[in-house]
Design a protein around this ligand. Structure first.
Ligand SMILES: C[S@@+](CC[C@H](N)C(=O)[O-])C[C@H]1O[C@@H](n2cnc3c(N)ncnc32)[C@H](O)[C@@H]1O
Length: 290
């Protein structure tokens, strides 16, 4: 499904899965415009202002409660990824950051240390749009292929350390594909890591039944869901996965924003919340099991 994300008359001429990158971009920009923002992101704001795309008609007005709520949640997720990448770059200043399904993420401009190597992997339509709107600098490269095609792995220089990110991506793959991508990363990048997020199963079901709608916009199916209580099962994808660590979001505004970091401790929410996890791959020559 995801490798065949054909344009279906969406305003940007993208397929429905690639169009989700405009949804996340819009919510980052809405959050970034707030004076009390959790996520300063001037690049996202500029992109939304310049791109010829009906953001508000498609995804809702910035003043609507749904958009404000989503924007904050989105920012809290993004902050988890930013923190993991920034930590990695402190330990590996010349390391490679590989962003799977990067869409129009502007993370490079939020966390770059002036020395890292940055690799974007996305479907051809998304890569073409990114190349036009966010032309790559000398340390940035783009590869147009599905993440399920291991061609991108051969393009990574892992000699200075590697961190792979998969933000807002894996839910659009089939469960078997998710397992293969994780196993492939563990096999190819011993000593490296992967930061990824997952929607809970109830959310994946709603999306797949076509029941995630905001105004005229309907989110595409999300075939893969994982409850937070299942995080440690990710280790079974490959013996090289040494550790699975829950990455908790920073506090946000209001009651919900403040509660989110504690959801991992609340009995009802603990298992059913969205997850961000960091997978650490065993050093070369070692496997986590045995
Ligand atoms: C929700 S967007 C997330 C974009 C970005 N990571 C962010 O958080 O703003 C999903 C992205 O995954 C990409 N994607 C979906 N399936 C893919 C696949 N099989 N291979 C590569 N990219 C894929 C889409 O093109 C899109 O850019």
């Amino acid at each position: 499904m995801t490798t065949d994300d054909r344009p279906t008359g969406t305003p940007a001429g993208l397929g429905p899965v690639s169009e989700t990158a405009l949804w996340t971009l819009y919510h980052r920009a809405v959050e970034a415009r707030r004076p009390d923002t959790l996520l300063p992101d001037p690049m996202a704001v500029r992109l939304v202002e310049t791109l010829d795309y009906p953001f508000e008609e498609r995804f809702g007005a910035p003043s609507s409660a749904a958009v404000r709520f989503q924007s904050q949640l989105q920012a809290q997720r993004v902050r988890c990824f930013d923190r993991e990448v920034a930590d990695f770059l402190l330990r590996h200043p010349r390391g490679a950051v590989v962003c799977l399904g990067e869409g129009l993420e502007t993370q490079f401009w939020r966390v770059d240390n002036g020395r890292a190597q940055w690799l974007t992997v996305d479907l051809p339509g998304s890569v073409a749009l990114r190349e036009r709107l966010l032309p790559p600098g000398p340390r940035q490269r783009l590869i147009a292929c599905s993440v399920t095609d291991d061609r991108w792995m051969r393009e990574v220089d892992a000699s200075q350390g590697v961190l792979i990110t998969a933000q807002g991506l894996l839910m659009y793959l089939r469960p078997g594909e998710v397992r293969e991508v994780i196993a492939g990363c563990a096999a190819h990048f011993p000593g490296g890591g992967l930061v990824m997020d997952a929607v809970p199963r109830w959310f994946s079901r709603l999306a797949t039944e076509g029941r995630l709608r905001v105004g005229s916009y309907q989110a595409p199916p999300m075939p893969w869901g994982m409850d937070a209580s299942e995080q440690q099962r990710l280790r079974t994808a490959h013996p090289g996965i040494a550790e699975v660590r829950d990455v908790l979001p920073p506090p946000g505004r209001g009651l919900l924003g403040a509660l989110l970091p504690y959801a991992a401790r609340l009995p009802v929410l603990r298992a059913k919340r969205p997850s961000v996890v960091h997978l650490a791959f065993a050093e070369p020559g070692r496997t986590a099991i045995g």
